[in-house]
Write a new protein. Structure first.
Length: 133
């Protein structure tokens, strides 16, 4: 079976997709602040209205659902239907992470810059360096 990510990724620029979604999230946040949208018409506005705890809780829920979808996919020998469910859950998780970043005045580019900074550094060494700080 060909991995789903290779099949779908040839036409996508992940940086552009994340930046666009982050822009949409920020537009909804700005519209909420200016009173041009409200929580009854925008899911994103509803999350921002509820604040940090609701956004963090949603990320916890989505992370748990992603873990369970991954376990189900592995149990089903990476069956394409289970892989599709995993992709859907991961998309939900990433979306809510974008909302969290916006809540804290951050962007996906900040995370990508950190990943770039870590490139070529052993994960073991990087983790040990965090403990030393």
């Amino acid at each position: 079976m060909t991995p789903i990510s290779k099949k779908n990724s040839t036409h996508l620029n992940p940086d552009a997709v994340l930046a666009h979604l982050a822009d949409v999230v920020e537009q909804r946040r700005f519209a909420l602040q200016n009173g041009t949208t409200d929580q009854s018409t925008s899911y994103i506005a509803a999350l921002f209205t509820k604040g940090d705890d609701a956004i963090l809780k949603k990320i916890g829920e989505e992370a748990t659902e992603t873990v369970m979808a991954a376990k189900d996919s592995r149990q089903a020998n990476l069956d394409s239907a289970k892989q599709a469910l995993l992709i859907g859950e991961m998309a939900d998780l990433w979306f809510h992470c974008l909302v969290l970043l916006a809540q804290f005045n951050l962007r996906p580019e900040d995370v990508l810059a950190e990943l770039t900074r870590r490139e070529g550094v052993s994960g073991i060494a990087e983790k040990a360096g965090r403990k030393a700080v």
